[in-house]
Design a protein around this ligand. Sequence first.
Ligand SMILES: [Mg+2]
Length: 127
Amino acid sequence: MKVGFDLHGVLDTYPEKIKPMIEMLRLTGHQVCIVSGPAIPEIIRQLDKIDMNSMIKYSVVDYLSMEGTEFTWDEKGTPWCDEETWWDSKARMCKHYGIDYLVDDSLKYKPAFELIDAKFIHISEII
Ligand SMILES: [Mg+2]
């Protein structure tokens, strides 16, 4: 089984609860990964802060760029694309990368999971 965790609002918000879950999943032979919005260098920077950089990382921005999605960047360096493309992205990434479960705090990603085998788990269901 492969389980994905969101970073903002999940791993960075509840590290003391999520870290033991990740450890347990790894010890029982499962794969874990991060599925987060920013490009990989920014994800690495943020995982360093909570000492979790050994995780496999998947970036929404990088994935959508690979698919040819066009972004605009605001003055804070935040990328923007059309909303439907963004909110469908994590379900498509789960399908593409073989992720069975995604734990996320944003319910806007959930509807697209109804079209695929992967399951969306809201953080409130496990915290
Ligand atoms: Mg989030």
